[in-house]
Design a binder for this molecule. Sequence first.
Ligand SMILES: [Zn+2]
Length: 205
Amino acid sequence: MVSAAPTAANPALRVRRTTGTAAVALTFDDGPDPRWTPQVLGLLRKYQIKATFCLIGGQARAHPALVKQIVREGHSLCNHTMRHDEHLKNKSAQRIAADLAQTSALIKSASGGIAPRFFRAPGGNWSTRITAVAASQHMQSLGWAVDPQDWRRPPAARIITTVERTTRAGSVVLMHDAGGNRAQTVAALRTLLPYLKAHYRLVAL
Ligand SMILES: [Zn+2]
């Protein structure tokens, strides 16, 4: 999985990787998922932390109640495309626009009227074309600064170590609440949420 190039190295991409303040933003990708998303939401609720969820259109259509719950509990929404096509950045602008518009429409319908204000390219595979299409649909492209690679299912201890060692003031942190067995991510959050809360202000973007 390729990380987005730093914005400073390629300003044309205009991918946001930090919060712009000292606050840290947790982001959860690929859901909603009926098994893992409620567990993540429960932990966020326990520690009174707001986060940002990057939703797959197909998942939002299949699990609208979870989208509503995400919004109801104060989290913000991000468009993560219809089917997580990691090659979408190279498709025509028309095809990208259709995918993003369909995803946003499904999220808005499921959430009860809240449209996502952020867009995250699957795999962090950005192109100037895909960020331009997102901007034309009033979505800011959202990257990340901290990546524990939890989608590879490392042990929880490694997820914890990576996040604790690499998070700084302003970091956007990437994790996953779907797309496979997320038991290690959920286990890591039990330690990470109190740690992060003790060291940073945490915000939903
Ligand atoms: Zn993803």
